[in-house]
Design a protein around this ligand. Structure first.
Ligand code: BDP
Length: 718
């Protein structure tokens, strides 16, 4: 009877429900929970269901609320809560909190703290779906997975899924300053309203935590790696504690970037020497204070002796000395130090690509157990394409964590549609050969190659106060893909894109295939129109907006473009073979041979590792100069194609989001064209070669492109 009544309410409610094509602003991300389509028979079966979910702890309450919200949205009305099994019921929880789950005697040993299983079962003669975990947080992750099955139109019959994260620390790095400016942020100001914290807890913080939990992110570093020591003062610790309170039910722990010289700046000491007893004591006291305020504080992220930041080398000490001092302070509380390997010296004349390796490999094995060394995916700096960082595979006795950039500092800011999943996947799938063939970067990062006790992945966040969180609708996919890959670095970026499109836009198969195809080629297109064939670091100075292959001079050579492309009348490219900087020698021998030999180097890395003449014959048969022009042009063509494709999808989704994406694609086309034209004009001025037949000449002079200035481009460091 109750079931029938509920069915009637559900039908009524679903007719009142907003149609899918109503205005949307992107705030709901991939958690929109719009009604499942008529064809979705399984979902309709759920209408006769109950929800069995405890709410005795904050995480249980969050789990129950999410399932109610999700099922209400997807099915038209929330399922009634129940304590007993009923036909079609969803039963979520842990054996200790749920008598029904305990009765099943499920094998959950391998799920760990955060894993879960989702299984179709029969209880008291009723077919039910069980979401079970050892701990509340696993059940929450399982609930999100179950909702994802419904959102993506998958069958919920005969379920038998087991999931546990392959990486332990799955962390966002916010490069947010305390004044609200986000370094390399293109989605507005910081979402942290430091001024109103701790008293005003913006509901958005809860939605932030929900979104992160839905993809398994379990930590967040609140402030910029170029850190302000103030964040470690009592006033800011209280603010951070308020955020930690909001995030806790969702399994998201708070971390802070620590400024190495904080003992001087806020502690009144004369030195920050990591071997000085007073300095060590200061950090121990500081850690104790932090844990009194934030009992589950995650730990510190540190950028030291890099780009002017203070660090242990200021006192003649090593990175290990510095990291270990902080690790010792955090250890009694279970905290972790994430020590960045993004270092390159002020004076060092050596190839910048080699410096992190040279600095850190000799320290392998010298770090305390609670230190992870955080390594960017490539050896330079988040370029559109870089070969994997040679540190991966080279430090078997030190847990290395991956640092990806989600915000698109070098990939067109928020307006370029560039899906980063393929880039992350390409790096994770790269073979380091550290322990023979198959020693992928993913296996380094998930710890399976070297048996790391602790593992991690960091993503430099693309989140800001913009209503759509990420500055554009498609940039949400990069946050999503990062989280999914941090959970399981072996996932395919295509399947991630598919689920994201279904949840974010619409589930029609043809629509999904079209949009996913468009996304999958978008990163290669950006490589083409910005830095084809292994070129890198050619963006405008400082702000990195638009082309600047002519950038030279200034404080240091490795902040210029000419340092990286080395173009002359005779040829182009950075010789990193034995005849040049010999950076290739930092890779395991099979990789070094592959990259170091012109016969075998993947063309995508040609000019990263080799200096070749302009008439060098590329794989297509075209001479290098023509191949460059061809690729620049191909990149612009791809963007034009994306525009056409997207315009053809009008009406398939809500007009509001469709229009913004269309407008941004128009900006992208304009800027891709600018990149192509300015780059060709510049390299032509160096090579002195005529434009190959069939290619349009740049419409403006090189001087024109060089004269453009953008003093207020967003996201600059300051
Ligand atoms: C570069 C950014 C700079 C960051 C630095 C870092 O341009 O703003 O501070 O990396 O990662 O990509 O520390």
């Amino acid at each position: 009877m109750l079931g029938v009544m509920w069915l009637a309410i559900a039908c009524l409610a679903s007719t009142l429900y907003m149609p899918a094509a109503s205005a949307e602003d992107g705030y709901e991300l991939w958690l929109r929970y719009r009604p499942a389509g008529d064809a979705h028979v399984d979902a309709y079966r759920m209408r006769a269901s109950r929800l069995v979910a405890a709410a005795a702890t904050p995480t249980q309450a969050a789990t129950r609320a999410e399932l109610l919200r999700g099922l209400e949205g997807l099915l038209g009305a929330p399922p009634p809560l129940s304590e007993a099994a009923a036909e079609g019921a969803v039963i979520v929880g842990t054996p200790s909190a749920s008598p029904l789950i305990a009765r099943l005697g499920l094998e959950t040993g391998d799920l760990g703290r955060e894993g879960y299983l989702i299984r179709s079962a029969v209880i008291d003669g009723h077919a039910v779906t069980v979401i079970a975990a050892n701990e509340d947080i696993g059940a929450l992750y399982g609930a999100f997975h179950f909702l994802r099955l419904l959102q993506t139109g998958q069958s919920i019959e005969r379920l038998d899924l087991r999931e546990a994260p392959r990486v332990k620390l799955r962390v966002l790095n916010h490069w947010d300053n305390l004044d609200g400016h986000v370094e390399r942020g293109y989605a507005g100001a910081s979402i942290w309203d430091w001024h109103k914290l701790p008293d005003w807890r913006d509901p958005r913080y809860t939605d932030y935590a929900r979104a992160n939990a839905s993809i398994g992110i379990n930590g967040t570093v609140l402030n910029n790696v170029n850190a302000d020591a103030l964040v470690l003062t009592p006033m800011y610790l209280e603010k951070a504690a308020a955020l930690a309170d909001v995030f806790r039910p969702f399994g998201v722990r708070v971390y802070l970037s620590a400024r190495f010289s904080a003992p001087i700046e806020i502690g009144g000491l004369e030195t920050a020497d990591p071997l000085d007893p007073q300095v060590r004591r200061w950090w121990r006291d500081k850690a104790d204070e932090i844990y009194r305020t934030i009992p589950d504080f995650g730990g510190f992220l540190v950028k030291a002796n890099s780009e002017g930041q203070p660090g242990p080398q200021d006192y003649g000490r090593s990175h290990a000395d510095g990291a270990n001092m902080l690790a010792e302070a955090l250890a009694p509380h279970g905290g972790t130090v994430m020590w960045r390997a993004f270092v390159y010296s002020d004076e060092e004349p050596d190839d910048r690509a080699k410096q992190a390796y040279n600095e850190f490999v000799p320290l392998d094995g010298e770090f305390r157990d609670n230190v992870l060394v955080q390594v960017k995916n490539g050896a330079i700096d988040f370029q559109p394409r870089e070969p994997f960082h040679p540190l991966f595979g080279a430090m078997p006795d030190t847990p290395l964590m991956m640092e990806f950039q989600i915000t698109k500092e070098y990939l067109g800011f928020a307006t370029h549609l560039v899906y980063l999943g393929p880039m992350y996947e390409e790096v994770l799938a790269a073979d380091t050969y550290a322990a023979g063939e198959g020693s992928t970067v993913a296996k380094v990062v998930d710890g399976s190659l070297h048996g790391y006790a602790v593992t991690g992945m960091a993503g430099v966040a693309n989140i800001g106060a913009d209503r759509n969180w990420s500055g554009s609708h498609f940039d949400q996919a990069n946050w999503y893909a990062y989280g999914r890959l941090a959970w399981d670095p072996r996932l395919s970026s295509r399947s991630i894109a598919e689920e994201w499109v279904r949840m974010t836009f619409a589930g029609d198969d043809a629509f999904v295939a079209t949009v996913v195809d468009m996304m999958m080629g978008s990163r290669e297109a950006a490589v083409d129109y910005m830095t084809p064939l292994g070129l890198h670091h050619l963006m405008g100075r400082d702000h990195h907006y638009g082309p600047g292959p002519w950038v030279e001079g200034g404080p240091r050579a490795d902040w210029t473009s000419v340092y990286y492309h080395r173009a002359t009348r005779a040829g182009i490219g950075f010789d990193r073979t034995a005849s040049g900087s010999n950076a290739v020698a930092q890779y395991a021998p099979p990789v070094a041979r592959e990259f170091g030999d012109l016969e075998t180097v993947p063309e995508a890395f040609l000019l990263w590792f080799h200096h070749v003449p302009w008439d060098y014959r590329t794989q297509s048969g075209r001479p290098l100069w023509e191949e460059l022009v061809h690729r620049y042009t191909r990149g612009v063509d791809y963007v034009r194609g994306m525009r056409e494709t997207w315009n053809g999808l009008e009406g398939d989704i809500d007009a509001e989001r469709h229009a913004q994406v269309a407008a941004f694609l128009a900006i992208q086309e304009k800027e891709a064209q600018w990149w192509r034209d300015a780059s060709i004009a510049y390299f032509q001025s160096i090579s002195g070669l005529p434009l190959p037949d069939g290619y349009a000449p740049p419409p403006r002079s090189l001087q024109y492109y060089q004269s453009l200035e953008f003093p207020h481009a967003p996201g600059s460091g300051r």
